[in-house]
Design a protein around this ligand. Sequence first.
Ligand code: FAD
Length: 317
Amino acid sequence: ALGNPLRPLLLAAGRSTLLRRVVTALPVTRSVVRRYVPGEGQDAVVDATRDILASGRAISIDHLGEDTSDPAQAEATVQAYLALLAAFGRLDVPAGLPVPALEVSLKLSALGQFLPQDGHAVALANARRICSAAEAVGAWVNVDAEDHTTTDSTLSIVRELRADHPSVATVLQAYLRRTEDDCRTLAGEGSRIRLCKGAYAEPADVAFQRSEEVDDSYRRCLEVLFTGDGYPMVASHDPAMIDAAHDLARRTGRADDSYEFQMLYGIRDDEQRRLAADGHTVRVYTPYGDEWYGYFMRRLAERPANLLFFLRSLVPS
Ligand code: FAD
């Protein structure tokens, strides 16, 4: 939660190259990371996908990696997604699962958005290749939200992508002051919006700082999305936000298949299964790959209990 006093420190540590080297070299780190990341290779994430689908949940897979300044790295990311989507095409999706059960989540910065030369055009072209491959196997695509300096560029690329691939979804972060307006703009028919609280360290002029303010903003944004004509995706582990979504679904008379819940791989797994058993669509955001350091540090920053678990595992018993 935002109230965690260590949050800014851990988020800063998540951007440190030196700490990345130290933390990733610790042998125990990997076993803790496995709670949140099923593996580094494609086989591991395909196995995890089979298990998640068999449990009646949908999945969104993120190939880990962010903010590259190297075109070859961006191309490697595209190739990883294309290979993953080819593997999706060979998967037997159990009958009875809701909507497209398979989705990939992309970070535009990993596709070249901030390359010094033509970043916008490169990321757009790369994302288009992934969208076409996803369409060919009946999978959905979601464009993740990164820090606030990327929001305008990301929303403009998403707009361009949706002209050819109308099912492309994106993410809005309730901690940003602009987000309620963005929800209004984007809640139209056919849109798919994932609403999350937001995972980056952001300054007070653009983002709410107190967790109560973020929660209030989340509730207001949910209301805009649920009363709109799109497909809201409620991405939170917070019981209060999940209750707010249940209330809104009742008040607006939404059918169970007109919105979904989303949670991260390894977090509140019992609650995910309970919601799915109750007839709700639940999608598990599942990251894989060797660039797990930044993602892992954001998870530690979110919850003191996650950090304590990690620190305890460093002490030999
Ligand atoms: P928090 O405020 O972290 O937690 C609130 C309450 O939830 C806790 O008090 C506790 O009751 C419960 N809870 C939380 N974690 C646990 C746990 N491990 N076990 C038991 N209870 C727990 N962020 C972005 O910036 N961009 C993105 O594109 C993005 N995509 C996301 C996709 C999904 C599917 C999800 C779930 C999150 C995504 N996020 C993204 C991260 C998000 O912004 C938050 O940082 C993260 O989800 C933590 O916020 P929270 O809503 O879960 O609640």
